[in-house]
Ligand binder design. Structure first.
Ligand SMILES: Cc1ncc(COP(=O)(O)O)c(C=O)c1O
Length: 296
């Protein structure tokens, strides 16, 4: 069993199923949308082998709280933290980066990510030399030596051309993240007290979010989204269905009402435009449009 939050991208969960394990969904924290540590504690069983916290939208997952919880578990049933840091290139907790806490962590370089390639790509990080060797074999069709296949691996090598592009873009990541943070602050300030809007919570002391998405919540999400679309402001919903209600995962046996916070968030979340190149006029256009919507 691998514990994972109900509202994340499906790619967090597919590898669990592919590996023959069972995903155990838990609800998320009302304020942050990251995994609810109290719910994790309740979901732990003798069969639990790992927990996958997701740094959703680049907001730090409660890694330190989870680590404390896991140190209570018996050494005979080792529990791993595997971080889904797909959306968190640059997120920090204390003086450490997201992706440096888990036994394993996964990053995505999908083009839309804060550090995106020009096609698909990703990386796994770990401090374990043994796991590095294992993963190198798994990503290379299960071979260490050519045509000697010791594992049922896949073809998951990062293309050299993508690696080259990422090396160039990596130098800019910090500056781009800083711009996203500035845009988030501007959004927050301009939307304070507007309608029933709830803006993302400030990051906990000593942590840094990198705003892969800037996600507001409102009961008027759908009409607001339509209104903005008409003005040429394209917003997203991440994600419209929590995973326990997603058709492909119905076989897991969950039902509506199982994770009320995740369900409520799926109904009310709206991702505003967020990319480092957004300028002051564009931010003002987005926020004044939202204010106009709530005045009518
Ligand atoms: C939270 C999360 N996990 C996993 C993934 C999967 O990453 P990729 O598309 O690079 O396989 C993504 C992004 O697409 C994601 O947003």
């Amino acid at each position: 069993q691998i514990i994972v939050q109900a509202n994340t991208f499906i790619a967090t969960v597919l590898p669990i199923i592919e590996s023959g394990a069972t995903p155990i969904f838990v609800d998320v924290d009302k304020l942050t949308g990251t995994i609810d540590v109290v719910k994790v504690r309740r979901a732990l069983t003798k069969k639990t082998r790992a927990i996958i916290p997701v740094h959703l939208f680049g907001y730090p997952a409660p890694i330190l709280e989870l680590s404390k919880l896991l140190s209570l578990s018996k050494p005979s049933s080792p529990l791993w933290i595997i971080e889904d840091a797909a959306q968190a290139q640059g997120t920090t907790i204390g003086d450490k980066k997201a992706g440096s806490f888990g036994v394993l962590s996964a990053f995505s370089f999908y083009p839309g990510k804060n550090l995106g390639a020009y096609g698909d790509g990703g990386a796994v990080t770990t401090n374990s030399k043994a796991l590095v060797e294992e993963i190198k074999i798994l990503r290379n069709v299960g071979q260490k030596t050519k045509y000697v296949h010791t594992r049922l691996g896949t073809n998951s090598r990062l293309d050299t051309i993508q690696a080259a592009i990422l090396l160039v873009k990596l130098k800019h990541l910090h500056a781009w993240n800083k711009k996203r943070i500035a845009i988030a602050n501007a959004y927050r300030e301009a939307l304070a007290g507007c309608g029933d809007i709830i803006t993302p919570p400030p990051t906990p002391p000593g942590a840094k979010a990198i705003y892969h998405q800037f996600v507001i919540r409102t009961q008027k999400r759908n009409p607001l989204m339509k209104f903005l679309e008409k003005r040429g402001i394209h917003c997203g919903i991440h994600y419209p269905s929590p995973l326990h209600l997603t058709p492909a995962l119905r076989f897991l046996g969950y039902k509506r009402g199982d994770f009320p916070v995740a369900e409520e968030r799926a109904r009310t979340m709206l991702s505003l435009p967020m990319f480092p190149e957004l300028d002051d006029n564009e931010i003002a256009f987005v926020t004044s449009s939202i204010r106009t919507f709530f005045r009518h």
